[in-house]
Design a protein around this ligand. Structure first.
Ligand SMILES: C[S@@+](CC[C@H](N)C(=O)[O-])C[C@H]1O[C@@H](n2cnc3c(N)ncnc32)[C@H](O)[C@@H]1O
Length: 314
């Protein structure tokens, strides 16, 4: 049995896990597994890292489960199963969103933007933002912000974080606090363009008015910055399927909302939308289509649960 104390023992200050010779075997195993890519069979951890609430699922752990990660617990998998009964394309939704996140981050880096704020960055998977943008600009700076304790605990296991990458605890609903965070301000130069990534986050962090929240963030960004945003939609979706999401995200987590295409378009007010793929006119599109070589092929059932767009701040 691995306990919370074991998990704590496996953590060290900063990033990564300590692997010591005199560790109890179970702690050694845990530290080894986690340091090898962060996860291992989290089902074997009968207690979560400190601060992680197992009385209900969390958006970060649910999303991790959809993407095939191991940083989730039975409560998350049970909740996911409830949705999957009526939304069999659930994993496809997550991958469509993740693909948009990666392609848009890369595209923004290709425009020469050297610093990124990834709001609601989530639990790390393969192809994290810093890995994607560092392929284009190896010295790009990336700040991941999230308010889920599991994300923050897991971040300590990441061995590939560089000096230019930070994982910062922050609640996106409070932009004034976020924008003054000393760690964020130490990494990001707000007088220079920023790639501002807000993918599948506003759903949880609106506080009821996503436009006002976004406007506050965008006002802090320099001209030439880019917003990449995706948002769940109930447009053209069966009511039963929408209900399944709301039952899990709305009641259990007490958050979560869907936006229509028009409502997501309003998030880009005052910005210059870019064309989502070659041959398209500047507009929103479904998540899978953005940046796709063959948008028709990428237009899957899952993709159609998310409107997305990328826009430049003039
Ligand atoms: C569905 S995941 C999306 C992860 C990532 N942005 C992506 O698109 O691949 C939503 C993330 O938003 C985070 N989140 C939810 N509410 C938040 C808040 N108020 N402040 C910061 N992060 C939040 C969750 O913890 C989770 O990691």
């Amino acid at each position: 049995m691995i306990t919370a104390a074991d998990v704590n023992a496996a953590f060290r200050e900063g990033h990564g896990f300590v692997i010591r010779k005199n560790m109890p075997n179970r702690v050694h195993l845990l530290a080894t597994v986690l340091s090898n890519g962060g996860g291992g069979e989290m089902t074997e951890v009968d207690q979560p890292p400190p601060g992680v609430d197992l009385s209900r699922p969390s958006p970060a752990r649910l999303y991790d489960y959809y993407l095939g990660g191991r940083n989730n617990f039975q409560v998350d998998r049970d909740a996911a199963a409830m949705i999957m009964k009526v939304v069999p394309e659930l994993r496809d939704i997550a991958w469509a969103n993740r693909g948009f996140h990666q392609r848009s981050a890369r595209w923004i880096a290709e425009r020469g933007v050297r610093q990124f704020i990834d709001i609601g960055g989530g639990l790390s998977t393969v192809g994290n933002t810093h890995e994607v943008v560092h392929k284009v600009l190896p010295d790009a700076r990336v700040a991941y912000l999230d308010n889920d304790p599991m994300v923050l605990a897991h971040a300590r296991s990441l061995t590939n974080l560089t000096a230019n990458t930070r994982v910062i605890p922050a609640d996106a609903r409070y932009p004034d606090d976020v924008l003054q965070d000393p760690e964020l301000c130490g990494l990001i130069d707000f007088s220079e363009p920023v790639g501002f990534l807000m993918t599948a986050v506003l759903t949880f962090a609106t506080g009821g008015d996503p436009w006002r929240l976004l406007a506050r963030y965008l006002a802090a960004l320099a001209s030439g910055s880019y917003l990449a945003l995706s948002h769940m939609t109930a447009d053209n979706k069966p009511p039963l399927a929408v209900r399944a999401f709301l039952d899990v995200y709305g009641n259990t987590i007490r958050s979560g909302c869907f936006c229509s295409k028009e409502e997501v378009e309003r998030c880009f007010d005052g910005l210059e939308l870019v064309a989502p793929y070659v041959g398209a006119t500047p507009a929103l599109c479904y998540a899978g289509e953005w940046g796709a070589e063959d948008p028709a092929l990428a237009d899957s059932e899952g993709s159609r649960w998310l409107w997305c767009g990328v826009a430049r701040r003039p």
